[in-house]
Design a protein around this ligand. Structure first.
Ligand SMILES: Nc1ncnc2c1ncn2[C@@H]1O[C@H](COP(=O)(O)OP(=O)(O)O)[C@@H](O)[C@H]1O
Ligand SMILES: [Mg+2]
Length: 239
């Protein structure tokens, strides 16, 4: 099986705090892989290190090329696109202007902008209705949709999603997870998903890793981890 992302011994220090203590994991091409874990486990740091947004030690290989500590703009150009925690939409720009920013630095996607925009509107009809609305006035769920849509405009080969369900109402959470599945199944995008919502994340994941204070504690298929007693107790609130 082809491996889109291979991470080996990834370490990140913030001053004298070691946020990642040498973690290793893989994302096979065409799959959804999740990292689950509590607040402060190192999930965001992992995505930032992969996407060139923080300094790290260790080896990160994307499509068979080492990318450790490459600049984020170089990685975007190669199709490694990070949808950050907190969405990162530009609140003073319109929905359309935010979507137009999705091709910045991703030259190969420029010619396909109109086609990709139409495909985004199929996935997110709400964004089409709100195309001229100022992004800061969208609901939290709509802002998350916009953040994902903007990432898709850049034709990701690997999409890094940081807590897309955070702070959203249950029905919107359900919708966001359905959309992640469609992005993976219909568009063939490989997804590395980071979530505190372990239950939903594991349900849609081919494979997952449990991160705790900078270390990987457990790994397995989504189904295996949903049935694991420790995961049930600690991350799913089941006893
Ligand atoms: N910029 C930073 N400076 C110092 N410490 C940080 C910084 N970012 C994160 N940390 C620390 O690193 C650890 C992991 O944080 P983070 O990756 O954000 O976790 P998660 O996304 O799983 O909640 C936490 O202890 C956090 O306080
Ligand atoms: Mg985080």
């Amino acid at each position: 099986m082809e491996t889109t992302l291979n991470v080996e011994g990834l370490q990140v220090n913030y001053g004298n705090v070691q946020a990642l203590k040498g973690i290793s994991f893989k994302v096979p091409k065409g799959k959804i892989v999740s990292l689950i874990g509590a607040n402060g486990a190192g999930k965001t740091t992992t995505l930032k290190a992969i996407s060139g947004n923080c300094k790290s030690a260790g080896v990160v290989v994307f499509n068979n090329h080492p990318i450790t500590n490459k600049e984020s703009f170089q990685l975007v150009a190669e199709g490694l696109i990070h949808c950050p925690e907190g969405r990162g939409v530009f609140p003073n720009l319109t929905v359309m202007e935010n979507l137009q920013l999705g091709i910045v630095g991703r030259h190969s996607a420029k010619a396909n902008f109109n086609k990709n925009l139409e495909e985004c509107f199929v996935l997110f009809p709400r964004l089409k209705e709100r195309i001229n609305q100022i992004a800061g006035t969208l609901s939290g769920g709509e802002q998350q949709m916009l953040a994902i849509a903007r990432a898709l405009i850049g034709e990701p080969e690997l999409l890094l999603l940081d807590e897309p369900s955070l702070g959203l109402a249950p029905l919107v959470v359900k919708l966001i997870f359905e959309i992640i599945v469609r992005i993976n199944k219909d568009k063939g995008v490989t997804v590395l998903l980071v979530e505190q919502n372990a239950k939903q994340a594991l349900k849609i994941s081919n494979y997952a890793y449990v991160l705790e204070t900078g270390k990987i504690l457990l790994e397995g298929t989504g189904a295996d981890l949903l049935n694991n007693d420790d995961v049930k107790k600690i991350y799913l609130g089941e006893h």
